[in-house]
Structures are given as C-alpha cells and as structure tokens.
Ligand binder design. Structure first.
Ligand code: PMP
Length: 441
C-alpha cells in the first residue's frame, strides 16, 4: 500500500511538473539581444559604446533638485503620489507640451507619467492592441516594439527604411534611408490598428521629414489607424534640423500617443521616469493598464524631474537651456566619432539625431571571416569578436530587424556616442591601432 501511495504521489507530482509553466504569449520572444551583449560588454570591453546611456553626469540642476527633494523636509515625497503622475510633474509637462504642440492640455487627462518610456510603450500596446490586430513597425526599430505587440496578441507588420547611397563619394546620412511610399501604403489594411513611429530613430538617427510624416499621417487618417509616436530623442537633433511632432499634423492629435523619457531628456536613464501625452480618449485606456500594473513610479524622482522641466520652461530656447546645450555637445561628439571611424575606414552613416551612429563594417570584414550557412548573422559575430579581441563594444544592427529581414542588414554595427571625451578617445585609440595592425599585416 505504502509503495502504491508513494508511486502515485510521485506520478502526480511528475504530471504537475510536466505542465508548461510558460504563458503562451511568451513563445518566441524569450531571446533578448541586451542580455547577451550587456554581459559581453561587462566581461570584455575596455570601451563600451554599446548600450544607449551617457557615461557623463546628469546636469547639476537635476541632481540638486533630487537632493533638495530628499532633504527638503517634505516627508510626503517618500510616499505614494497620484497614480497617473505626480501633480507637479504632469502640470509642468502639460505646460511644456502646450508650447510644443500649440494646443491646450489638461494635465490630469492628457498626460500620464510612466516607469520610463519602456512602460509607456507597454501601456500603449496593452491598452490599444487586440488579438488579431496588425501593428506596422518601421525597420530598423527599437527592439522591444515587436515582443510588446506580440504580448498584446497583435501581429507586427514590418516595413523597412531603404538605403539609397548618395553615390558622389559623400558619407551616407540617415536621411538617405527612406520609406518607399507604395510599400508603406501596401501595409495598411482593415486589420491595421496602429503604426509605431520613432523619430528621431534608434538605431539609425533618422529624423523623419515633414513630407515623410505627412505621408504616414495621411495613411493613418485614411485607414483610421492610431500612431504610437516614440519621441524619446526629441531634443537630440543636429545640423539645425527640426524635430516635427506628428501629433501636430492635420487629423493626428486624436489618434496619436506621444512617448517621452526623462532618462534621455536629462541624461539620467537610471531614473526611469517617462510619460505619454495624448487625447483623453486614448490615455484613459492607458491609465487602466498603468493603474493595474505598476501604479506609479518613484515620487521623489518625479518631483526632481518636475523641477528640471520647470527650469527648462523658464529657459526655453535660451542658450543656457539644457535642451539647447545637450544637442550642441552631442553634435561635437558625433562629429568626432564620425571622423575617427572614417579615418580607419569603418564607414559611418551620419545620424541627423539621437546619440547613436551606425557604421558599415564591410572594410573590416577580412578580420572576421564569414561562416557559410551560419545561423548567426554576420554582424553579431563581428560585434562579439570585436569586444573579445579589441575590447570595443557595439551592437549589431540586425538586432533591430525582424527575423525575416535580418539577413539583409548584416554589415553594420551601432555605436553610442553619449560618452565622455576620454571614452571616445579610448575608442579612437583602439580603432587606430587596429587599422595599423591591418596595414602592417
Ligand atoms: N524608446 C526608444 C527608441 C529607446 O531608445 C529607449 C531606450 N533605449 C526607450 C524607448 C526606453 O526609454 P526609457 O529608458 O525611458 O525606458
């Protein structure tokens, strides 16, 4: 009897354990580029130009605001605040975006604070995408869009930016990567619920022109499609280019959610303060997701970001404004990295915005032989080889493409130039030495 009992017990235990533990919505999305490459960079890199974060300090006015909030005697800043955003932050964000969009905004219904832009995106997909809905994603894209659409039960539909080399010996620019209007139009159907727009675009640095945005807007209006507009790099635009907000185009306010990030805006990615701005008819559903998942992000960080925005509101457009100074400083760093990559023959694509730069590794291909029929895209192998052998970390571009299109873009890697001059100099030294070794061998 004892034996049968223990046998049946162990059988029932086994039966329980053989049940799949993973929810179906996670199928096929469990691989993640950042886990592998962040670990590789931590293990091998001497210079890390991989993941997108500044290695220089956040501005003093921001860290001072945090210190004030901590020690200023308002102990309530250590407690819960309003779920949809700390009142001082939503108020100042509304004031700021009223200026940018030229329309009145209600801080309580047109703005919501999130745990970084990541959670803002998650709220968008969970709140607006249903089983069977299609969501158009422009390639190359910030990699989390695809799994987030899938987790919501939607189907991502990809449309690539197509490179047109300038052909006159000039360096390629991110502006040379364009949507084919007919191809884009062909992706819209009655199943399309939303399009994700990311301008300025990570990883290319493309800043979409008014004409390109107009085309997207026209298609959204025609097919009654929503636009999730990821604008986390809105202040990082170079060479006098202008960031145009698609929500300000005819017919777009009512169908657009703007996503932003204090991490990118104030060079404080670890704070994880983000926001969405949009019409109440959309935001009310994002609030439901937010309320029932994270509730809100750290009160004290929201208080300090509110003060940062207050400062920027007073200094708007003035030379002392951080939103004027940061792009100036980053443009200098961009130009420096362009020059050092170009000097060694790793052809940079000049980004119009963001703090990323994509470079063509074809001239360095001889260092890392191609493996015929390899499962792994060439740029992955190259980036891994580079960090292990040269100590320089970057991210393969094909990580920003869907599985079906990855293999068309395996000759590029992405660098982040939001780095101290000393870091960029160290990267330059590695590249120079590498080039010398190549010419002398
Ligand atoms: N969108 C884009 C395009 C990004 O590059 C990033 C960060 N790399 C995010 C959203 C996420 O921003 P946050 O750190 O504020 O969550």
């Amino acid at each position: 009897f004892k034996l049968t009992l223990s046998l049946s017990l162990s059988l029932s235990l086994q039966a329980k354990m053989s049940r799949p533990v993973q929810a179906r919505r996670l199928e096929g999305i469990d691989k993640n580029i950042w886990v592998e490459f962040v670990k590789l960079a931590a293990t091998y890199s001497k210079v890390n130009l991989g993941q997108g974060f500044p290695d220089f300090p956040a501005p003093d006015f921001l860290t001072e605001a945090l210190t004030r909030a901590l020690g200023g005697g308002n102990h309530m800043l250590h407690q819960y605040t309003r779920a949809f955003g700390h009142p001082p932050l939503v108020k100042v964000l509304a004031q700021f975006f009223e200026k940018l969009l030229g329309r009145d905004l209600d801080p309580m219904t047109n703005v919501m604070v999130t745990v970084g832009a990541y959670q803002a995106l998650f709220c968008c997909f969970q709140a607006l995408v249903d089983e069977g809905d299609e969501v158009i994603i422009i390639e190359p894209f910030f990699d989390c869009y695809e799994p987030m659409v899938k987790m919501a039960g939607g189907t991502p539909v990809f449309v690539p930016l197509r490179p047109n080399p300038p052909g006159d010996g000039k360096l390629m620019s991110s502006a040379d990567w364009k949507l084919d209007p007919a191809e884009l139009a062909s992706k819209f159907s009655e199943k399309t619920k939303a399009i994700v727009l990311n301008s300025p675009n990570n990883p290319l640095g493309k800043v979409f022109s008014r004409g390109e945005l107009g085309l997207i807007a026209e298609l959204c209006v025609k097919h009654d499609v929503l636009c999730i507009s990821d604008e986390v790099y809105e202040w990082l635009v170079y060479d006098g280019k202008q960031h145009i907000r698609i929500a300000s185009l005819q017919g777009m306010w009512d169908r657009t959610v703007i996503v932003g990030s204090a991490g990118k805006t104030f060079s404080a990615t670890g704070w994880k303060v983000g926001w969405v701005v949009g019409p109440d008819r959309l935001l009310q559903h994002l609030r439901t997701v937010h309320q029932n998942s994270v509730y809100h992000c750290a009160t004290i960080a929201q208080e300090a970001v509110a003060q940062g925005f207050q400062r920027e509101l007073t200094l708007y457009g003035k030379p002392e404004s951080y939103f004027v100074q940061l792009p100036k400083e980053l443009q200098r760093k961009r130009d420096w990295l362009i020059q050092s990559l170009n000097a060694v023959g790793m052809k940079p694509i000049v980004p119009e915005g963001t703090y990323f730069l994509v470079a063509d590794i074809s001239p360095f291909k001889s260092d890392v032989p191609d493996v015929h029929n390899s499962e792994e895209p060439y740029d992955y192998r190259f980036a891994k080889w580079m960090v292990k052998n040269k100590g320089l970390a970057a991210i393969p571009l094909s990580a920003f493409y869907s599985e079906a299109h990855k293999n068309n873009y395996t000759n590029f890697i992405r660098f982040c130039f939001a780095k101290e001059d000393a870091t960029l100099k160290a990267a330059n030294d590695i590249l120079q030495k590498w080039k010398q070794e190549k010419t002398s061998s």
